[in-house]
Design a protein around this ligand. Sequence first.
Ligand SMILES: *Cc1c(COP(=O)(O)O)cnc(C)c1O
Length: 410
Amino acid sequence: MAKINENYLKLQAGYLFPEIGRRVNDYMASHPGKKVIKMGIGDVTRPLVPSVIQAFHEGVDEMAQANTFRGYGPEQGYGFLREAIAKNDYLSKSIDISAADIFISDGSKCDTGNIQEIFGHNNKIAICDPVYPVYADTTVMAGKTGNYNSGYYEGIIYMPCTRKNGFIPDLPAETPDLIFLCYPNNPTGTVATKEELKKWVDYARKNKSIILYDAAYEAFITEEGIPHSIYEIEGAKEVAIEFRSFSKTAGFTGTRCAFTIIPEELKAYDSTGKAHSVKSLWNRRHSTKFNGVSYPVQKAAAAIYTEQGKKEVAEVITYYLENARIMKESLSAAGYEVFGGMNAPYIWVKTKNDMPSWDFFDILLHEINVVGTPGSGFGPAGEGYFRFSAFADRNSTIEAMSRIKNHRLS
Ligand SMILES: *Cc1c(COP(=O)(O)O)cnc(C)c1O
């Protein structure tokens, strides 16, 4: 008799985006002709930039010729891409990361989930609340939690992120072994300063914990002094894994390419307390279960590191950030308390008079036909907040904001 992994039975149904879709479809079906503006989902809308497209085409053409055709590539990714990442994202910013510490993959969602596999079931995991749902769900799948109970999985250490702590978690009362952090943050759009990250790095070093640092929105950092990488913090190479993705940086959500950094110095321990290289475990896992990202895609990704590619990608980021600026300004003018949106494509809004997130969702949808994401969908501490994404096109963004300004929302 085939047995299932019963941890999957603990998972709550993927409720948030299907529920948003259901409410929007119901509304549209009963109100044909209404123009609904969607600012909910965290997906990009601008096309791939010309440098990327050109390299992508060249990669495809190379596959069509016997003398340039490529079969399996290195599981860790092609040297040309790993070198370009090390040079442009790290070494040129005086961060000492070598190409050998970089693993190319098909996504940070996959990597932040799959990384769980190389760590034992008995690890205590700390995650922020609210949070990108992947961290908690993959922790459940990996059997590192108990059951679900009124908003929380037993066994996970939840760290509330609210305006009281500036959306940076306080050090937890119970000591975790693995700590998920994400900055710039999805959903709150907030960033962590060097001092704040140093607090976490020092804490992890003291406790021999590991920080799983998701920097998917690094490209949106515009303010001086905000760390782009956790490795800007001294000692972080001993305690942190960094996840980056071309998805939001360069519009690769449908093209798929990302990378994970595991420095040689990073160690985790067996039951006798003996230290082991985390990088060699991940290398074993990656080369056994993954056969690399397709060559044309890696070639396309490398094009963002050319002079022209950098310029083009920066223009797209500026476009989204200008949307975010317009949104932040309009929502503030409409009397909302607004967070994020400076170094991130998300605006995190406090609802007025603590209105529940889903009530605010329904009012926006029904009264002004604007769709966002209820904060409570990202965790119980997100209740009373609402996320708007800056990934819509400019005209829709302006239109949505003027609807919010001109209508007195009850
Ligand atoms: C979008 C996003 C990612 C990127 O995932 P990919 O699989 O690389 O597309 C990672 N982390 C967070 C928090 C995100 O919002």
